[in-house]
Design a protein around this ligand. Structure first.
Ligand SMILES: Cc1cc2nc3c(=O)[nH]c(=O)nc-3n(C[C@H](O)[C@H](O)[C@H](O)COP(=O)(O)O)c2cc1C
Length: 205
């Protein structure tokens, strides 16, 4: 009988705790789905050991937006996966991403684009967000789920003068939980990541 239990890793970097607190909400969302296990992975503590990520059926990437892109430590992690890329080690796993910035826009779309290109290079299957955009009509409010109206991935906003105990606000944590549920459910539908053989790259004469 096929093992239906899936493992969804949340691989994140956080400089000041805002991304980390969101990552925990994403994991809570994953764990609320039967047969899904969320695993929190701080990418700065991996030291090149990708065993947890290799064994995950889906990986959700999380990074703050720094100067309109992923943070430096998150990019270091991306670059450290070049051997995984060469071996096609993560191909056919599901991938998704989230980010937080201080400004309402903050150019954080670029961060999600960067993550989705990274996932595509790894041969992963990118899954976007599916909560209808909130706070975009006279009936809307900042309390709405998906108040920033993002579909490529999950977006949050944290005021610069507030710590991770209060920022991002509750609406973003609810959005993060919902995002975790979506990726867990997608992972259960997609099934276990198929075991893959490293591709043999042959030199042409
Ligand atoms: C070096 C640096 C660059 C930043 N660049 C941006 C930016 O481009 N846009 C923005 O809205 N916020 C920017 N911020 C604010 C962070 O995105 C925001 O404080 C976020 O909540 C930090 O998440 P963290 O606590 O997980 O590191 C920047 C912060 C730092 C430290």
């Amino acid at each position: 009988m096929q093992d239906k239990r899936v493992s969804v890793a949340v691989a994140y970097h956080s400089g000041f705790g805002h991304t980390e607190t969101l990552a925990k909400s994403v994991v809570n969302g994953i764990n609320s789905i039967e047969n899904a296990d969320g695993v929190l992975v701080d990418v700065t503590g991996l030291n090149g050991d990708f065993a947890i990520l290799n064994n995950a059926d889906a990986i959700i990437f999380g990074s703050p937006t720094y100067l309109g892109s992923v943070s430096g430590p998150f990019k270091m992690f991306m670059d450290e996966t070049s051997k995984v890329w060469f071996d096609r080690g993560w191909q056919n796993k599901l991938a998704a991403g989230f980010t937080v910035s201080a400004s309402q826009s903050g150019d954080k779309m670029t961060t999600l684009v960067q993550m989705s290109v990274f996932a595509a290079q790894q041969g992963m299957i990118w899954v976007g967000a599916n909560d209808m955009a909130g706070n975009n009509s006279s009936a809307g409010s900042v309390e709405d789920i998906n108040r920033l109206g993002s579909y490529l991935g999950m977006m949050a906003q944290a005021n610069v003068d507030e710590g991770p105990d209060v920022a991002p606000p509750n609406a973003d944590h609810r959005t993060a939980e919902s995002f975790g549920k979506r990726i867990a459910e997608a992972s259960l539908r997609w099934g276990k990541a198929p075991a893959t053989q490293p591709q043999q790259l042959e030199a042409t004469a």
